[in-house]
Design a protein around this ligand. Structure first.
Ligand code: GLU
Length: 505
């Protein structure tokens, strides 16, 4: 392969398309990308799809979509191309072959014809005898014909590494310093289906793609000595290694897609997390926040700030806790800090998904949405929380449903309160006096009128006075602020809703 004059550093994320993308993929992409950007190097996305049994159609696209959504974008990859492609391992099969031949010829690797049944039996016997499990080298040093005479022969061999007794088990890790890994087994590097295993493919590809820093999850620590052997045998330069601490639940168990919905990146999209908050949260999981002058943690930061100050030796190698409460808090902070029009447009996909608005809302609808958005921006944690708050403003007055719990809580005075409100609000003139003057149907007038009539004149407590009105206009016990809601709805709608509830009592 010709040497390209690429950036000073090249890093990659290498997900396997085996289903919904895992949150760990974003976490890994983030740390790789932060360093690549800081150093003015490149960030690559490689799809590791050599495990055909676990391959899931559509998963690759989900990886692209969720990482793009998070703003973790790559310079080279299967979708954007690049100088060292293809970036999908299934399209690189011919690349691996000569490396396997070289290892076989040098005696660093050997063919193994043991059938899966024989390997299974061998493992069971080792376990029964309380021995360490591992390949017993039955095929080592045998020709195909010699091996055929023995039981458990399979026509399609695999290729295994011959792990020497003096294999180097220690290596340098940018985060952990010297690391000592367990002794490996004679690892399969080429499978019976002709596909390389991860171990061979990762070494060949990281070399061919000129990756300078291999940054991946700590679950790969035990594989690194095998990879280092391959680099040495093949005469290739070693990259630097960093093994990120694996993400854990608050109870210390590993985050898994089976147990945790939040292990799936698509879940964060569905819930209405803000991508910037997720990126910030993922960084905080393994990285200490900077401090302000008073020594307080600066927990909110942008990707650019993170990347600028990033250093490997500051990464905390101890299993970070994936605390969703913290993410919720951070998400609320991000939501509150968004520009109103940005916040408004981020609500649109959630409103469309629930049928509150069409995918192509009118200018009038957008204007109304923005007014409502201003009322709820400080009140929600997730973008999807906006849906029930916004929905009442986009249904016809006769279509508004009154929630069961809200109806139950109306109290004995509801009809009376609603009638009084209808009278006093009916007196407010909602016509525009002029184009420059606001209509009298505004928050201050509505509030003053209702307080004077219901609280002062009728002597009701605010809750008893305004609860039924809230239920009438929003159908629910929780809504955006009442007077503001009435102002946005307009006089006609407000009165129609008050009438409708009163007449239903
Ligand atoms: N395909 C591996 C994974 O999904 C990549 C590991 C690595 O980065 O080397 O975890």
């Amino acid at each position: 392969m010709s040497k390209h004059n690429l950036g000073p550093v090249r890093l990659r994320v290498a997900p396997s398309p085996t289903g919904d993308p895992h949150v760990g993929t974003a976490y890994m992409a983030l740390f790789n990308l932060a360093f690549a950007r800081q150093q003015g190097g490149q960030f690559l996305l490689r799809i590791e799809d050599t495990d055909r049994a676990r391959f899931r159609e559509g998963s690759e696209q989900q990886v692209f979509d969720t990482l793009h959504w998070l703003g973790l974008t790559w310079d080279e990859g299967p979708d954007v191309g690049g100088p060292v492609g293809p970036y999908r391992q299934s399209e690189r099969l011919a690349t691996y072959r000569p490396y396997v031949e070289k290892l076989l010829a040098a005696g660093h690797a050997y063919k193994c014809w043991c059938s899966p049944q024989r390997l299974q039996q061998m493992r069971e016997e080792q376990q029964r005898a309380k021995q360490a499990t591992g390949y017993d080298r039955l095929c080592y040093g045998k020709t195909e014909e010699e091996r055929r005479q023995l039981p458990g022969f399979s026509e399609t061999p695999v290729v295994r590494m011959l792990i020497p007794d003096d294999v180097e088990l220690e290596f340098n890790d940018l985060i952990r310093g010297r690391v000592n890994a367990p002794r490996p087994d004679d690892q399969v590097i080429l499978k019976a289906d002709g596909f390389p295993t991860y171990h061979l493919a990762v070494v060949v590809d990281d070399h061919e793609m000129q990756v300078t820093h291999v940054v991946r999850g700590e679950e790969w620590i035990s594989s690194t000595p095998k990879h280092i052997l391959l680099y040495r045998w093949l005469g290739l330069d070693l990259p630097k290694f960093a093994h990120m601490p694996v993400l854990r639940n608050v109870d210390k168990s590993k985050i898994s897609k089976r147990k945790n919905p939040e292990a799936r990146l698509t879940w964060f999209v569905e819930q209405g997390y803000v991508p910037e908050a997720i990126v910030n949260f993922l960084a905080l999981l393994a990285y200490p926040p900077a401090k302000d002058a008073e020594g307080n943690d600066l927990e909110k930061f942008t990707f650019a700030e993170f990347s600028r100050d990033f250093a490997w030796d500051k990464v905390n190698p101890i299993g970070p806790m994936f605390d969703l409460k913290k993410l919720d808090w951070l998400n609320g902070v991000y939501i509150r800090d968004l520009e109103l029009s940005d916040f408004t447009s981020r609500l649109l996909p959630y409103l469309e998904r629930e049928g509150v608005l069409s995918g192509n809302p009118s200018l009038g609808e957008l204007g109304r949405l923005k007014d409502i958005a201003a009322l709820i921006q400080t009140r929600i944690v997730l973008l999807k929380d906006a849906v029930p708050l916004v929905q009442p403003f986009f249904v016809g007055d006769d279509m508004l449903e009154i929630a069961e719990d809200a109806r139950r809580d109306l109290g004995p005075n509801a009809a009376h309160v609603l009638s009084a409100a209808i009278d006093v609000l009916g007196d407010i003139d909602d016509h525009l006096a002029s184009l420059t003057e606001p209509s009298a149907w505004n928050v201050a007038r509505i509030e003053a009128a209702l307080r004077a009539e219901l609280v002062e004149k009728l002597g009701l407590k605010a809750r008893a006075a305004f609860g039924p009105l809230r239920t009438a206009v929003s159908g629910a016990k929780v809504s955006p602020p009442l007077f503001e809601s009435m102002a946005i709805l307009g006089k006609t709608s407000t009165l129609a809703r008050l009438h409708a509830l009163r007449d239903s009592l």
